[in-house]
Design a protein around this ligand. Structure first.
Ligand code: ADP
Length: 317
């Protein structure tokens, strides 16, 4: 992992399904994956199905936490087709706070809490972008209504792990889920958990944040077989994902205009999605040969992201 934009791939386990995956890890230096005879992709890191949550967190997120402490905003995106393990990896589902294999969210929060001192503070905000509207997942209102803007989000100060878990449970339980052909409980929204860190040592104030983003499923609207309202929902999901691709591309090609305003997610993450901060994409893919078209689409997205040039002044993440 060597730059300010890093791209990793995680292959979901096959579980006990009756199929034989065609995906092969070709090499570790560089990390290269073969999806079928015609498609090979090189990324910064590949995690095969037997890699555990903690190992992935240590490689992907831990180094970013160190950057946050130094004052750099950092963002991790989980991208991929529904059912490939984005939510599991991020740990933005309620079960993630009860297991000994939690995802990035709980591991990151534990790390910050363990290192709290009289001079440091952490807050979290947790929200969802659903159909281009922002919903505050930490809101205590029974009926979730969209809020006007990011400035109205609740921020909860974290004190210890038990209190953090109870706040996270409340937030995760508020997430939108819908029924599609792809997955009976698929997430159709982008969920963003932000850890706001601040410290003050000898008159030096540092504040920065870590955004952990569980993106909505990247599958095409056609494949989900949706119509009407759900079709519009799918169009908005694609709009958000495409706009992340466009912003990343614009950053890669050094143009002066970066199209942040094309979607809510890029508008909100504008202060983190740029050359002065750190971004890591974890692309989650299915081992099932039936999903090969979506897998190739996800791998193509990783290649667009990799086009961003690395800042020479920063070495290894
Ligand atoms: P997505 O968020 O991409 O739609 P999920 O995270 O909901 O996918 O994963 C789909 C199912 O597979 C869930 O039941 C999840 O617990 C399980 N799963 C995904 N990845 C793993 C993994 N690496 N190990 C064990 N179970 C996993």
């Amino acid at each position: 992992m060597d730059g300010f934009v890093n791209v990793a791939v995680r292959i979901r386990p096959t579980f006990k399904n009756n199929f034989c995956s065609t995906i092969k890890l070709i090499s570790e230096n560089p990390w290269t994956l073969q999806i079928d005879e015609r498609s090979q992709y090189t990324v910064d890191r590949i995690f095969t199905e037997d890699t555990g949550q903690l190992e992935i967190y240590n490689v992907i997120v831990r180094p970013l936490i160190e950057k946050v402490r130094l004052g750099y905003n950092s963002t991790v995106f989980a991208y991929g087709q529904t059912g490939t393990g984005k939510t599991y990896t991020m740990g933005s589902n309620p079960e993630a706070y009860e297991t000994d294999e939690p995802g990035f969210i709980l591991c990151s929060i534990s790390n910050f809490i363990e290192n709290l001192s009289d001079n440091t503070e952490i807050y979290i905000s947790f929200f969802e972008i659903y159909n281009e509207k922002i919903y505050d997942l930490l809101s205590t209102n029974k009926k979730m209504l969209p809020i006007k803007g990011i400035q109205d989000l609740m921020k909860e100060k974290l004190i210890d792990l038990a209190q953090a878990k109870s706040i996270l449970r409340r937030g995760s339980a508020n997430r939108h889920v819908g029924e599609t052909k792809q997955n009976s409980k698929s997430s159709r929204s982008h969920a963003i958990l932000t850890i706001h860190f601040s410290s003050c040592y000898q008159d030096t104030n540092i504040s920065a944040k870590l955004n952990l983003v569980d993106l909505a499923g990247s599958e095409s609207v056609k494949k989900t077989g949706n119509q009407g309202y759900q079709f519009q929902e799918g169009v908005n999901i694609n709009k958000g994902l495409l706009s992340i691709g466009r912003v990343v591309n614009a950053l890669a090609t050094n143009v002066s205009f970066i199209p942040y305003r094309e979607s809510k997610i890029t508008t909100i993450l504008q202060d983190s999605l740029n050359r002065n901060n750190y971004v890591t994409l974890i692309a989650c893919i299915s081992p099932n040969p039936d999903d090969i078209r979506e897998t190739i689409q996800t791998m193509e997205f990783t290649q667009e992201t990799k086009k961003i040039k690395h800042r020479p002044e920063f070495t290894s993440l």
